[in-house]
Design a protein around this ligand. Structure first.
Ligand SMILES: Nc1nc2c(c(=O)[nH]1)N=C([C@H](O)[C@@H](O)CO)CN2
Length: 119
């Protein structure tokens, strides 16, 4: 099963960073997500209840990161991946977190992780 539901470039304004000055401001994180999901059922029923609702996932991602206020993007990625898998029953996901502006000479820096089994 190779079906995917994806979200690209979801912007989240949050406290994040390891330095003191970063704890007093918010910065933008950009989230890309690919999530394994069998899209045959929603394709047949035309019912969002059968789908992995990308609007609900986007809201979960934003709320989770803002509540966490992590120091590292790695921490945000791990907590987010575990929360998404458990809350939505996602068997496999690939998550990219970009922190644009963190390194001025780079367009973005960040992490990419994959968790779970891709059946
Ligand atoms: N691998 C990482 N390296 C760094 C991180 C991070 O989250 N993961 N964070 C910082 C600072 O917060 C930086 O973004 C400030 O510009 C440094 N390195």
């Amino acid at each position: 099963m190779a079906d995917i539901v994806f979200i690209e470039g979801l912007a989240v304004e949050t406290v994040i960073g390891v330095y003191d000055w970063e704890r007093d401001i918010t910065q933008r994180l950009l989230v890309d997500l690919e999530m394994a999901w069998d899209n045959r059922a929603p394709g047949a029923s035309d019912d969002v209840a059968d789908a992995l609702d990308y609007a609900a996932v986007s809201e979960f991602v934003s709320r989770c990161i803002r509540q966490l206020e992590p120091q590292l993007v790695e921490r945000a990625a791990e907590v987010l991946a575990a929360g998404l898998q458990s809350h939505f029953g996602i068997s496999w996901l690939r998550l990219t977190l970009r922190k644009p502006g963190a390194v001025p000479a780079a367009s973005a820096v960040g992490v990419r992780i994959e968790r779970g089994e891709r059946s």
